[in-house]
Design a protein around this ligand. Structure first.
Ligand code: HEC
Length: 164
């Protein structure tokens, strides 16, 4: 009897975990190559924002090291690390990138730099605690986080096809 219960639990676990894997793949719609690479990096940044967002909204306890790590990931993947994942004309299915990227490369590049710089500010402030002010007395972690979020949406608004 016990064994049967364990087997059921095991099989259920397998089904549950494999459906998670399938869900993850279909989220990228079968993307491959450079498109998959940038979708993966973007998804990881979304996870980083979610982690910090939970703390900023006081849903999870503030964890300075987790904020530092998440911000460092976004800093590292902004700027040229981001733009190099968009070689000219890379619009292979199921990419949601707009061709405008290469018509207005300077803006795209500047927005990628904005992400890198704002994430660096957030990283530097992570040790100060949630509500404390930064060295310049102006930014709080909350504000620094919001500033990073603005760089994501500014670029998406201009250069990503909306899929609702
Ligand atoms: C410089 C422009 C730019 C910045 C900055 C940027 N993104 Fe993106 N993002 C894009 C583009 C373009 C796509 C569409 C890529 C594609 O489908 O080929 C995208 C796609 C995504 C996706 C969908 C990935 C998928 O699996 O389809 C997520 C999630 C995402 N971005 C999150 C973020 C987050 C979070 C930030 C900020 C921390 C951010 N992005 C900053 C341009 C940007």
């Amino acid at each position: 009897m016990n064994i049967r219960i364990w087997m059921c639990a095991g099989i259920f676990g397998l089904i549950a975990s494999s459906s998670l894997v399938v869900k993850d793949v279909s989220a990228h719609g079968g993307a491959t190559g450079i498109v998959k690479q940038r979708m993966d990096a973007m998804s990881e940044m979304a996870r980083s924002m979610k982690t910090i967002g939970g703390m900023v909204r006081s849903k999870t306890p503030y964890d300075a090291e987790a904020v530092r790590k998440a911000a460092a990931y976004m800093e590292l993947h902004g700027g040229t690390e981001l733009t190099k994942l968009f070689p000219e004309g890379s619009l292979m299915k199921p990419s949601e990138a707009k061709p405008d990227i290469w018509q207005d490369w300077e803006t795209f590049k500047a927005q990628a730099d904005d992400l890198k710089n704002s994430a660096a500010v957030l990283k530097d402030m992570s040790g100060n605690g949630l509500a404390s002010l930064g060295a310049d007395g102006v930014l709080s972690v909350r504000q620094a986080f919001a500033a990073v979020g603005k760089t994501c949406s500014a670029c998406h608004q201009k250069f990503r096809i909306k899929k609702d």
